[in-house]
Design a protein around this ligand. Structure first.
Ligand SMILES: [Zn+2]
Length: 192
């Protein structure tokens, strides 16, 4: 086991890597942490500094530790997975408009892996990576989330039908087929 040091928010962290080599850590990131833009940007660099190597080991090691800590899945774990799967082709955050709420993945900062929930453009809470809702969402929002957990795509379509706007970018849809689908041709191409 090799030990490394990273500086995180002014704190020096000394840890033992769970990975034999950098390529093992990179392979793990590629497989399990591909929603984390910071980790992904590191593994794509041609040249890396000692610091960056330590960070790759750190992120991968922390993720292994987290996954070994048994946490029961929350109610909306499906929804979080669907959101990140849908946005996986893009670096930008993935937003989807549903009738009554908007959901967004998080691509920066400590909430990476969470889904933010907005009601009428007001933030009402976040769903953690393991599907737990934190915040004070109304009964209506809770019902919508429960529905979205099962039928995200269908709700996005309904939003498109009802509003005549793309459920992803919010632009007006003018093609009848797009209205039918609830998503514009550009967004349809960009997302899974
Ligand atoms: Zn669009």
């Amino acid at each position: 086991m090799t030990s490394f040091i990273v500086e995180k928010q002014g704190e020096t962290i000394n840890f033992e890597s769970k990975f034999e080599s950098l390529s093992d850590a990179k392979a793990y990131i590629q497989d399990k942490l591909n929603y984390n833009n910071f980790a992904m940007s590191l593994i794509e660099k041609k040249k890396v500094s000692e610091k960056q190597i330590a960070w790759m080991h750190y992120l991968a090691t922390q993720s292994v530790i987290d996954s070994q800590t048994l946490v029961e899945d929350g109610e909306y774990v499906n929804l979080v997975k669907k959101m990140y799967d849908a946005g996986a082709n893009r670096r930008a955050k993935f937003q989807v408009r549903l009738p009554g709420i908007t959901l967004s993945t998080v691509n920066k900062g400590p909430n990476i892996g969470c889904v933010y929930v907005y009601e009428n453009q007001t933030y009402v809470g976040k769903i953690t990576q393991n599907g737990e809702l934190i915040g004070n969402a109304s009964e209506d929002v809770l019902n919508l989330l429960e529905d979205a957990n099962e039928n995200l795509l269908q709700l996005a379509k309904i939003y498109g039908h009802e509003s005549g706007c793309c459920s992803i970018c919010g632009r007006k849809l003018d093609d009848p087929l797009s209205v039918q689908m609830g998503i514009g041709p550009v967004c349809a191409k960009k997302f899974n």
